[in-house]
Write a protein that binds this ligand. Structure first.
Ligand SMILES: Nc1ncnc2c1ncn2[C@@H]1O[C@H](COP(=O)(O)OP(=O)(O)OP(=O)(O)O)[C@@H](O)[C@H]1O
Ligand SMILES: [Mg+2]
Length: 164
């Protein structure tokens, strides 16, 4: 992963805008990992990505289901590993069933010990006081990193007041 790009979101709506923009650069089979403490907006971000993919079903937190697949023009596989304390390769295989043709978003990837594969994009959310969230975005491949930089520049231009 390259040096993360930083952005400050001041509302759930702004975080959702990021998700909408991210969906444009993601393809079926891609993996997105979303780290961050409780309540930082991981599911909010995932939901907005799903909406932008054209999924009409309500995307909820799959904390109890662990993995939830939503069908749509591009299916979404939403994994929340919060309650998983380590998962062996067989369990990972079950969780990732249906990932090949879907966009997979994983909350709490750090709870998984088995290898998830290479993420297209990594997102980290941190509480910044009130509704502020400090967002760090990173990609491994330079083309994706460039797209991320464009997304951040665009969000900054639209929300100039959001800068600290
Ligand atoms: N800037 C912001 N970005 C995202 N969410 C925000 C922001 N400001 C306030 N919120 C609120 O914070 C909450 C985030 O909840 P969400 O379920 O998305 O977090 P989460 O990281 O998935 O939590 P969990 O760790 O429990 O899965 C929502 O109620 C959302 O409206
Ligand atoms: Mg969540």
């Amino acid at each position: 992963m390259s040096e993360p790009l930083e952005w400050v979101s001041v509302s759930a709506a702004q975080t959702a805008e990021l998700g909408t923009a991210l969906a444009q650069l993601l393809h079926p089979g891609d993996l997105v990992i979303v780290r961050g403490e409780l309540g930082t907006g991981k599911t909010t971000l995932t939901r907005s990505i799903g909406r932008a993919l054209g999924i009409s079903e309500q995307i909820t937190s799959p904390t109890f289901a662990l993995a939830q697949r939503y069908d749509g023009p591009v299916p979404l596989l939403h994994i929340d590993a919060y309650r998983l304390h380590g998962a062996d390769d067989e369990e990972m295989g079950l969780l990732l069933d249906g990932a090949a043709d879907a966009l997979t978003v994983v909350e709490w990837p750090e709870r998984l010990e088995a290898d998830l594969g290479r993420p297209r994009v990594g997102v980290e959310l941190r509480h910044g006081g009130g509704d502020r969230r400090l967002v760090a975005l990173a990609a491994e491949d330079p083309a994706t990193q460039e797209r991320l930089a464009e997304i951040v520049a665009d969000l900054r231009a639209r929300h100039i007041h959001a800068e600290p």
